[in-house]
Write a protein that binds this ligand. Sequence first.
Ligand code: AMP
Length: 421
Amino acid sequence: MVINSPRGTADIFGDDIICRNLIIEQAKKLFKLFNYSQIITPAFEHTEVFDRGIGQSTDIVKKEMYTFLDRKGRSLTLRPEGTAPVVRAIIEHKLYSKIPVKLFYIGNMFRYERPQKGRMREFWQLGVEAAGVDNPVIDAEVIWLLALIFETLGFKKLKLLVNSVGCADCRPPYINIFKGYIKPHLESLCSDCRERYDTNPLRIFDCKVPSCAKIISSSPKIYSNICSSCAKHFNTVTDLLKALNIPFVIKEELVRGFDYYTRTIFEIISEDLESVQNALGGGGRYDKLIEQFGGPPLPSIGFAVGIDRTIVLMKQLSVSLSKEDSQSNVFVILLERRFEKYGLEFLNYLRKCDIRSDISFEIKKVGAQIKLAKKNEFTHAAVIGEDEATSGNITVKKLADFTQNQFNWKKDPHKIYDILK
Ligand code: AMP
């Protein structure tokens, strides 16, 4: 039997779980403050949701989706991203009676990519979608929220990149200009980019091959070719970011991997992460997607944060983890099996007091039990024998220095807090 998890997947435990819970906890606090409510969508959707949503010429749809037929021959796909499913749910449940619709999600995503550090085939994202508002104020608010998530985690060397990819009016003429520039260089581009030239030319901007990057560096950029209303929108976004004291860089080469984006796009990268997989999160406006799905015209914007990559960075920077383990906790040691019932009652009392606690399941010598308690990072131990079980007087030992305190847990139940201080 195979006992390793499939390539590109991971079990999450130990310090990773502590980091992950902290990220989710901080983000959820912010989502609440910013008035977002949670949505959970299925892990798989009808394939069409992604084909039409993300765009058939994108790398994700062309090469990275986990698509399968179910037993009735329906084509289903494990979600590679969170926006298209949320959009599908907004339309299906007509969630637009109150505008803006502000939703957040946390979920696992699946992409058949070449796995490496920070790039998985199953990975976790948290993200938001704000639907129904075209005012640039909401662009600034969404970007502000993204920046705050990393700020509250204590990350420093971050760069927020912003750009505008224009709209249905100004992007097609720009693409013609761009293709005109690229055409004489076609032979010098890598084979992927030669294909992109026909299917999705803007993706050439994402190519990491040095010869392609060189050609791109002097090409006309979409930023300087957007229409006046897109430019006005973008200028307001950047003015608002300045007003909110959020540092950003306009990166004219920034394009993102989904066809649905319009106008504002953004990405947050860490200068502490290795160059290729340094994006922690990103997003953008998608003004036409909901209409394209058959819903009402609801201009929208959202972002997704990569939880796994954020964990990598937290560990790399040794961001201090407020470990649950750093609080006091008690290991209950039983001297004989007949005290098990009494031990469970005492454990029940500790847990009702919100004190992390556990009990020995084997009867061994006290010394061995204390060793076990220390190994499991308990700060205190309580030994239960004949005297304790009859009187209710329990002695609690501090394992760091073996000082001890006695209290009667039935008569003086609050004393435990003083003892564990
Ligand atoms: P995207 O949905 O491609 O815009 O990605 C948003 C964020 O999700 C990225 O900035 C990464 O942090 C994370 N991410 C995307 N793809 C992967 C992957 N294959 N493995 C791990 N994290 C990923």
